[in-house]
Design a protein around this ligand. Structure first.
Ligand code: OAD
Length: 249
């Protein structure tokens, strides 16, 4: 690996990027699995599963309200901005898939963006089919919020954060869009880049294998080796806010 690696792109190149919590670490947002990470302070099955929500919706809302309050005070960092600038160069030859719900990619200007684990600043009804809606409210005191659509119809429906919890399916339309991008990329130069993710959560952690099946050259940028590092062609160890601007510059 050269000292200052760069991902070279030409007019033929397609780039698919997967990001995780590490990309937002330099913005001040806690990752999940580090010592002191979110899953050390909160029992994941209680705050990030449908069963946990059924059991104690107030605790779940306290957790996500705290995260909403924190994320509101954070700003995109040079890693987010490098990806948005890269998209501006490549246009439809670029797609960003993020596991992050903090919406910092969106705020940095990324538009060809799939937020596969949901959005922190959206809520939806846990009971009716109403579409997810923008919601930056922190509901940490008192009863969990109720759905107005259900109330109008004489039912009780509880609002929940628009997050994909453990045991829940990813949106099939998201998976289809990723697969279509890979299928279209296979007859071109195809680069897959993952950044700031421990490679512990599937199906995101298997995207590198899907990309390789489609002929991609694969890169990982992470502060430490991830669980799936050996499945990438290139590993750049470092902070994404420093590495991405140089790698994509
Ligand atoms: P993790 O917390 O599992 O991993 C974050 C990775 O980022 C770790 O490998 C860190 O070493 C690395 N890292 C930390 N700071 C970094 C930096 N400045 N630059 C580059 N890398 C850095 O987070 P994810 O892999 O995103 O799901 O976790 C995947 C999913 O598990 C999350 O989306 C979340 C969680 O349960 C849901 O909440 C649905």
């Amino acid at each position: 690996m050269p000292d200052n690696p760069r991902i070279l792109v030409d007019d033929d190149t397609r780039v698919l990027v997967l990001t995780g919590a590490g990309v937002s670490a330099e913005s001040g947002i806690a990752t999940f699995r580090a010592a002191g990470g979110l899953w050390e302070s909160y029992p994941v099955e209680k705050v990030a599963s449908p069963e946990g929500f059924d059991e104690d919706p107030e605790l779940v809302w306290r957790f996500y309200s705290e995260r909403r309050r924190k994320a509101r005070t954070c700003e995109p960092n040079p890693g987010h901005r490098a990806l948005a600038a890269f998209e501006a160069r490549l246009g439809d030859r670029f797609l960003l898939v993020t596991q992050n719900v903090d919406e910092l990619h969106r705020r940095a200007g990324s538009r060809r963006l799939i937020e596969i684990h949901g959005r922190l600043f959206q809520s939806r009804c846990a009971h009716c089919e109403r579409a997810p809606f923008d919601d930056d409210h922190a509901y940490d005191a008192g009863d969990p919020p109720l759905c107005e659509v259900c109330s109008t119809a004489g039912r009780i429906g509880m609002l929940r954060p628009h997050i994909v919890w453990f045991g829940e399916m990813l949106d099939p339309s998201h998976l289809l869009r990723i697969e279509e991008f890979m299928n279209a990329a296979r007859t071109h130069r195809f680069v897959f880049l993952a950044a700031g993710t421990s490679g512990a959560v599937y199906p995101a952690a298997a995207m590198v294998d899907r990309a390789r099946l489609h002929g991609a050259e694969t890169w990982l940028v992470n502060a430490e080796p991830a669980e799936n590092t050996h499945r990438f062609h290139h590993f750049v160890e470092g902070r994404s806010g420093e590495v991405l601007p140089a790698l994509l510059g």
